[in-house]
Design a protein around this ligand. Structure first.
Ligand code: ATP
Ligand code: MG
Length: 375
């Protein structure tokens, strides 16, 4: 477990930018209306909340747009593929569908060197595509609150600004757990556990932006679970031909934590031969193994809090992110935390869109001075 994170430093960094002269000043951007579109005559402002996730990303706008796309970009491998696809770049499901004709990029994936040109250009294309869902060109001003993976380093935050230049007028970067708590109206006192694909981010929230000390990031999350399950299947069924996306799909269909195993039949290819096998016990094992890592992180976050707040925090532990969809996970985390006293653990509804929802709510609630102009 590593004390993180870049989040707060990123906020500080952006605020510092403001202090040294980058304060957001609302502007009126003159836009050219395309034929058939009327030019806006009033100064209209659009707020957007963006969750740039390792595995999937969501954008929500103050005009009611909500889109989630797998964070994957496909570029045709050669002119034949380009001709067949009819486009220079494809995203999300389209990219996955045409993966054999494309070079695939997961520009926000954990461990990817974000600074290389190809990933950066894929990230830019992806974020542009995501934001275009909100028709930003229809508005005079676009202000965005953005949450991006916690492993993205300081240099990459500079990249984030360069990626967003020309798409939005002002941005604010916040941590995923804070956005979740804000969206759920739980910033007075809570612990948010965002179980994503690349990382699990755990933070205590007590009315203000969390500091470095208020948050831990652990590597045990959805991808870790996929790899763990893949190892277990490989051990039990030697010669099984597996990809992470197959295993992820099985995990999403059948994930649960429990003391007893249940049956979960899947079709496997073993050395090219189809076999239908039961992986229920292995899914249970892998999911159960995730829990102690989360529990250790939560204990650390409780222990470091002001003693007078600990009871409030212990009794409002919120699980979010795709990993919180594991059946029974809140109860099991609560059971494992019983030795630190009374606890209440609950799962946020629609956990995958909680970050973007909170980011959008923050976008509308924050004063202009909190944004950094990136024009
Ligand atoms: N029913 C489910 N059971 C278990 N895991 C699930 C389920 N549904 C989705 N997931 C997993 O949740 C993860 C995606 O969650 P989420 O969208 O919160 O991650 P992300 O935001 O892309 O990642 P990160 O926050 O680490 O950048 C994936 O690993 C996915 O397989
Ligand atoms: Mg996430």
């Amino acid at each position: 477990m590593t004390m993180k994170n870049d989040w707060f430093s990123s906020i500080l960094w952006l605020l510092t930018l403001e202090l040294i002269g980058g304060t957001f000043i609302p502007t009126c951007v003159v836009r050219h209306s395309s034929p058939g579109h009327e030019m806006n005559t009033m100064s209209e402002r659009l707020y957007i909340g963006i969750d740039l996730g390792t595995y999937q990303s969501t954008v929500m706008s103050s005009e009611g747009v909500m889109t989630t796309i797998e964070t994957v970009v496909g570029k045709p491998k050669d002119p034949v593929a380009r001709n067949f696809l009819g486009r220079d770049v494809v995203f999300g499901e389209d990219a996955i569908k045409h993966r054999l004709a494309c070079n695939l990029f997961r520009p926000l994936e954990h461990g990817v060197a974000q600074d290389d040109e190809e990933n950066l250009s894929a990230a830019k294309a992806f974020v542009t595509h995501l934001i275009e869902n909100c028709d930003p060109e229809e508005y005079d001003e676009v202000l965005g609150v953005i949450c991006s993976p916690s492993h993205i380093s300081f240099t990459d935050k500079t990249n984030l600004v360069s990626i967003l230049r020309g798409l939005v007028n002002g941005i604010m970067v916040v941590s995923e757990p804070f956005a979740v708590a804000f969206g759920l109206d739980q910033i007075a006192g809570s612990i948010v556990v965002d179980i994503g694909a690349g990382t699990t981010d755990i933070a205590r929230i007590y009315g203000t932006f969390p500091t470095d000390e208020d948050q831990v990031t652990i590597e045990e999350a959805g991808d870790w679970l996929d790899h763990r399950l893949m190892d277990l299947i490989n051990k039990k069924y030697a010669g099984a031909q597996l990809t992470q996306s197959m295993v992820r799909r099985w995990k999403e269909e059948g994930s649960y934590v429990s003391d007893d195993s249940r049956e979960f039949m899947v079709d496997l290819s073993v050395d090219g031969k189809k076999q239908t096998v039961d992986i229920g016990d292995l899914v249970r094992l892998a999911c159960n193994e995730l829990v102690p890592h989360i529990v250790e992180g939560v204990k650390h976050i409780v222990a470091g809090a002001d003693p007078e707040y600990q009871s409030v925090l212990r009794n409002n532990i919120i699980l979010a992110g795709g990993g919180s969809l594991i059946e029974g996970v809140a109860d099991r985390v609560a059971q494992h935390l019983a030795d630190i006293g009374d606890v209440t653990v609950w799962c946020a509804e629609d956990p995958v869109v909680r970050v973007a929802d909170g980011a959008l709510k923050l976008a509308g609630a924050m004063p202009d001075e909190m944004y950094t102009s990136i024009e």
